[in-house]
Ligand binder design. Structure first.
Ligand code: CMP
Length: 138
């Protein structure tokens, strides 16, 4: 298992003032920040980033949501990063997320679910490279 994952604090969590609380949970869980930026996705960015979902009925809603305001994008490092981060954030649907997880604490719905976490080492590398150049990783 690899040692890096990619995350976004999504527009809902930024709007609700949860950037600091979410970063606290992430660093308290032992993740180191390799790269981080405050940015906003264009429609084209979101369509490319979520291309794997482009046949899904919620694709339009997903692109609309992810572009409606700024996000925090970050690459995180820890042993077993992808799986440990998915455990920290909880299930995609916050109603199914375990107590204490980031989505249970800070997310409102399956669509507006506060944070993204890569689902594999391969996607972590692809998603990190989508947002950051090598010179932005430390
Ligand atoms: P994430 O796993 O970060 O990336 C894909 C996103 O699609 C997912 O988070 C949800 O925000 C969104 N998504 C998944 N299922 C649904 C759904 N049924 N309705 C709306 N959005 C969804």
């Amino acid at each position: 298992t690899g040692n890096r994952t990619f995350t976004m604090i999504k527009p809902d969590a930024v709007e609700n003032g949860y950037i600091g609380a979410i970063l606290d949970k992430i660093t308290a869980a032992g993740f180191k920040i390799v790269a981080m930026k405050y940015t906003q996705l264009s429609k084209r960015d979101a369509e490319i980033f979520y291309a794997i979902h482009n046949e899904r009925p919620f694709f339009g809603e997903l692109v609309e949501f992810m572009t409606r305001g700024p996000i925090v994008a970050a690459i995180l490092e820890k042993d077993n990063a992808v799986d440990d981060f998915r455990a920290l954030i909880g299930a995609t649907n916050p109603e199914e997320a375990a107590e204490g997880t980031i989505r249970k604490l800070y997310a409102a719905s399956i669509g507006e679910n506060a944070v993204h976490g890569s689902d594999s080492d391969e996607n972590a590398a692809i998603e990190g490279a989508f947002h950051f150049s090598g010179r932005e990783m430390y």
